[in-house]
Design a protein around this ligand. Structure first.
Ligand code: SF4
Ligand code: SF4
Length: 762
């Protein structure tokens, strides 16, 4: 997996300290380091999941000041949390190599935004490397440490999901060692203290080093290798690699160019190979073109781009997320007065969001080649009429046969790119025009013939809580406890965001990590007549909720915090956190106890419930909700991924009435409804059935069915039924030292340790 390759690369580069916060698609890097360390293959390295991204980066900054090579990991939104530290760290500068591995998520597949870390790099003035393949990422990771130490700057390595999760083969070192720390350790110096005068000086240093790094990206082979330029296309001419400039290019100079960054460079190369092979068979000429892969988007390697752009009239840019490279090409065009038309997201000729694919880029390249060929064949100021459809394929007057300043017509831009069949597969309106020699038509026919795409309706698969998930009972209990009261239910980031789905319908807002806790307080101020409940998970509690809870206590906001404690960071692959007491260095520490933290923060009412035990959960939720002032209820039951499933329940066909309450109230995927089933009570209405492959035996449905038709649950999700209880302070809450693992009703859980042993992500 790409993330494993990044981990090996960092270890081979002698990284000393690795820290981050879990987040798809980045998580496996830290887990790989932890596994290798546990196996003795990665020596002299410290690895940890930190409480949140800001804590991780600040801890790493300290280690870097001592000369250690440090690696920070997070997903793209995690960098927002760490940004306070990052902005200042760049001004102060680093000691040992400091690399930030920030995984972007075009799509987005598992994130709340499609933000582009290349933009963050330029905002923070931190250099960025953007791999096109896991192999290149492996090389970049090592280069990033060198770059960081050459200029004392943090460096961002920014892969995207398909690089993180791609599989390939690597030769890796059997054993690695962290680089020995410099003698003398941390050297005290005024430069480490960011007074305004130091910040002013630091800003100048940043500006100077960015100019130098842009030069390195263009000319130093260690970095220029990531910005490959080559030429291809043309009849009978082979692709020639044109590294570090365009000298030595083929006989006929191209007029068109392709710029691609990150994984889009790999897609574009594949698309070009596809087009050239098929065009050769069909006897259709492919125009000569020049290609530039940009692996170092910030600072932009302008010298490489200027050499690439020589003599070109049209360039199309492929990149995911924002139009970063396209804007750099436009800037270059303006600065150097180049007679170059730049096409891409801003002109509607590339996906404006979501992921690219080889097929999508092939389709767009076919149209680009057709149009530029038509443009070259037409008089520049020409009129004329198109014989094709509106997109101006061969035979028509292309839209850039108008004066240079005019913008080309916008193409249809698909919504999320991996599901829009028409443009995704290159089957544009012009593709079907049947023009002889049209590359767009050729691409459309290839993709259609090879069934590379799927044009039928996609099955609807709404995200849903797992069968047996304890959060289902928590949401249902709170809704039951609130019956008759107007309320706003604030959710958060994690599995429990799925409480938004019908029929639970228990999450009205979800913004970002920890926001539910504080947003609920805003609702309480603005709408005091309503009750506010904020749901938060155990890992998020430690990452982002505690300051918000302190705010509620300090300002006396009447909100209830529902803490869904399933003993793991479930959504990102069952990582441990401070509440589990398990660390990635193989130690077990006393877990930080959520109720003790709540008590310490001044929350006066702290209740408990087992969410699989419905009646007691509703009672406990009601008690917390009725309390005047900040209150909390901790729903505590393990994630089903951490425990053995119980035997599935059964439905008594003689008792089931077919009322569907088990389905319409809790929405467990373990229960379905068969309209063909018959019974004495259900008549012809049909009956519920249990999917024994999914049912976890949690027993929640047995407590919902009004006719006792569901049977067989043993206990409540593997936990004993509990009476609603209220927290009584531990007389010795701050005892230290190792303890045994966290238990739920006597069963010891791995609490995320399984992620260390088995590699984690589901
Ligand atoms: S199992 Fe119970 S709740 Fe479900 S349809 Fe049958 S009677 Fe209704
Ligand atoms: S016992 Fe009922 S609610 Fe629990 S997993 Fe099985 S079907 Fe779903």
């Amino acid at each position: 997996m790409g993330n494993e390759a990044f981990a090996h690369a960092a270890l081979e580069a002698g990284v000393n300290v690795v820290a981050g916060y879990p987040g798809t698609p980045s998580s496996e890097l830290v887990e790989t380091v932890a596994k290798l360390h546990a196996a003795g293959a990665a020596q002299d390295v410290h690895v940890e999941w930190s409480t949140n991204e800001k804590a991780a980066l600040e801890m790493l900054a300290g280690a870097s000041y001592c000369g250690a090579r440090v690696l920070f990991t997070c997903k793209q939104v995690g960098l927002n949390v760490a940004s306070d530290a990052l902005m200042s760290l760049n001004y102060v500068g680093t000691g040992g190599g400091c690399v930030l591995f920030v995984a972007d998520d075009p799509g987005p597949i598992s994130s709340q935004t499609e933000q582009d870390t290349r933009r963050f790099g330029s905002f923070a003035k931190v250099p960025v490397l953007d791999p096109a393949t896991p192999e290149q990422g492996f090389a970049m990771m090592k280069a990033a440490f060198d770059l960081s130490e050459r200029y004392h700057t943090p460096v961002i390595v920014r892969p995207t999901t398909r690089i993180n999760h791609a599989s390939t083969f690597f030769e890796v070192a059997e054993e690695t060692h962290g680089r020995p720390l410099p003698e003398g350790g941390f050297q005290k110096d005024p430069k480490w203290v960011i007074f305004p005068k130091r910040a002013y000086e630091g800003h100048g240093e940043i500006n100077r080093r960015l100019a130098q790094i842009a030069w390195d990206y263009a000319h130093d082979p260690a970095f220029a290798q990531f910005n490959e330029v080559f030429e291809g296309g043309g009849e009978g001419e082979t692709i020639g690699v044109v590294q570090n400039g365009v000298e030595g290019a083929g006989a006929s100079a191209p007029a068109v160019g392709i710029v691609a960054g990150g994984v889009s460079a790999a897609y574009a190369r594949e698309a070009l190979s596809l087009i050239e092979a098929q065009a050769s068979r069909a006897g259709i000429p492919v125009p000569r073109y020049r290609f530039m892969a940009v692996g170092t988007p910030y600072p932009f390697p302008a010298e490489t781009a200027a050499a690439f752009a020589e003599e070109l009239t049209d360039v199309i840019v492929f990149e995911e997320l924002d139009s970063v490279l396209e804007e750099e090409m436009l800037k270059l065009t303006g600065e150097r007065h180049l007679p170059l038309r730049v096409h891409g997201k801003l002109t509607g000729e590339a996906n404006d969001r979501g992921e690219n694919t080889t097929e999508n880029i092939a389709g767009r390249l076919g149209r680009f080649f057709d149009r530029t060929s038509a443009s070259a064949d037409s008089p520049r100021e020409g009129g004329g009429t198109s014989t094709c459809s509106s997109n101006g394929s061969l035979g028509g007057t292309a839209h850039w046969a108008v004066p240079f300043a005019a913008q080309p017509a916008r193409e249809e831009v698909p919504p999320p790119s991996r599901c829009s069949s028409e443009t995704e597969h290159g089957a544009s309106p012009d593709a079907g025009c049947g023009q002889a020699g049209s590359l767009a038509a050729l691409v459309a026919s290839i993709i259609g013939a090879n069934n590379l795409g799927y044009d039928g309706p996609l099955p609807v698969r709404p995200p849903v809580l797992c069968a047996g998930c304890p959060h289902r009972g928590s949401f249902y209990a709170v809704k039951q406890a609130l019956r008759g009261r107007e309320a706003v239910l604030c959710g958060d980031i994690g599995c429990y965001t799925l409480g938004n789905a019908q029929p639970l319908d228990a999450v009205d807002t979800c913004l970002c990590m920890g926001a539910g806790i504080t947003m609920a307080q805003g609702f309480a101020v603005a709408e005091p007549g309503k009750k506010q409940v904020a749901f938060v998970g155990d890992s998020t509690f430690f990452a982002s909720a505690m300051t918000g809870i302190a705010n509620a206590v300090y300002n006396g906001h009447d909100v209830t915090f529902a803490i869904l404690d399933n003993a793991t960071t479930a959504m990102t692959g069952s990582q441990p956190h401070p509440g589990t007491g398990v660390t990635l260095m193989g130690e077990r520490r006393r877990p930080i106890v959520i109720e003790e933290v709540l008590h310490g923060l001044g929350v006066q009412h702290i209740g408990f419930a087992n969410p699989h035990s419905l009646e007691s959960s509703v009672a406990a939720a009601r008690a917390a909700i009725d309390f005047e002032g900040p209150s909390a209820i901790i729903f505590r039951a393990p994630c089903i991924q951490l425990k053995k499933p119980d035997a599935p329940v059964t439905i008594d066909a003689d008792t089931c009435t077919g009322c569907k309450k088990c389905i319409t109230s809790i929405g467990c995927p373990g229960i379905g409804f068969d309209e063909g089933l018959r019974g004495p009570k259900s008549g012809t209405r049909g009956q519920a059935f249990v999917d024994t492959g999914l049912c976890d035996g949690c027993g929640l449905c047995t407590q919902v069915c009004p006719f006792d038709a569901i049977q067989g649950a043993v206990g409540f999700g593997g936990a004993a039924p509990v009476e609603p209880t209220i927290y009584a302070p531990n007389p010795d809450p701050f005892q230290t030292g190792p303890i045994s693992g966290l238990t739920f009703s006597g069963e010891e859980l791995e609490c995320g340790g399984d992620a260390v042993e088995e590699g984690g992500a589901r």
